[in-house]
Design a binder for this molecule. Structure first.
Ligand code: ATP
Length: 215
């Protein structure tokens, strides 16, 4: 089976996350996408970080009725900072060789990968699906990023809409309509007592209100 891995702080989960995951699932014919909230995000020291269990509960309750989406607490069960390469190995170990994983991320996260632990190993371990965040993905920008930060030798394959490399895994560009929602925006709206209906799944709204998050 082909499955997606979608990591994030999910502080909180919002409809932008759901929107891109739905498009990727459909376009790449994935059987499933695992959403895994990070326990201690190494890159986002955030004073308004909701407890991991609340962020997980928001993901789990929201995805419960959505076909082919599953919450995973794989990073919450580990102690210390969450590193994506360890998570990829843990998923591979748990699911065995019959599952092909694809890592899904927005352009902001993708261009930030050089600051991640063993980031080059990630590019060797799983194909990456990049989705636009705030602006369409610029193929040339991705090409120079890969050349300067990951490895020389990626070539663009127009038919397959992927950057191909003989030794590393392919990088796919997925064209998804841009949706201007972020967790930062949701936290700010909650803090200013503005409605978040339609921006987040309803279980997220309920948990934020019940647990007095982001005030
Ligand atoms: P924050 O505003 O706190 O930085 P966020 O909205 O970026 O949070 P994360 O949980 O950090 O949410 O994001 C997880 C992944 O989802 C990242 O790969 C990010 O690029 C992607 N993502 C989040 N929101 C969108 C969106 N609106 N469009 C495309 N990708 C998105």
């Amino acid at each position: 089976m082909d499955a997606g891995l979608f990591g994030g702080t999910f502080n909180p989960l919002h409809n932008g996350h759901i929107h891109i995951a739905s498009h990727v699932k459909q376009q790449f014919h994935l059987s499933k996408i695992f959403f895994f909230p990070s326990a201690t995000p190494p890159h986002k020291p955030d004073t308004n970080l909701a407890p991991a269990r609340d962020r997980y509960a928001m993901v789990e309750k929201s995805l419960a009725d959505m076909d082919g989406f599953q919450a995973s607490d794989i990073e919450l069960s580990r102690t210390g900072p969450s590193f994506t390469i360890d998570t990829i190995h843990a998923f591979a170990h748990r699911h065995g060789p019959d599952t092909n994983f694809f890592l899904l991320m927005g352009t902001d996260a993708f261009f930030d990968t050089p600051s991640w632990k063993k980031h080059k190993a990630i590019f060797g371990a799983v194909p990456i699906i990049v989705v636009p965040r705030r602006a369409p993905v610029q193929k040339n920008a991705v090409a120079s990023f890969l050349d300067e930060n990951i490895s020389k030798g990626y070539t663009w394959d127009t038919a397959k809409k992927q950057f191909f490399h003989g030794r590393l895994q392919p990088i796919y560009i997925c064209h998804v309509p841009i949706i201007d929602i972020s967790s930062t925006m949701i936290r700010s709206r909650v803090k200013h007592h503005l409605p978040i209906k339609g921006l987040v799944p309803s279980p997220v709204e309920e948990i934020i209100s019940k647990r007095n998050l982001y005030l």
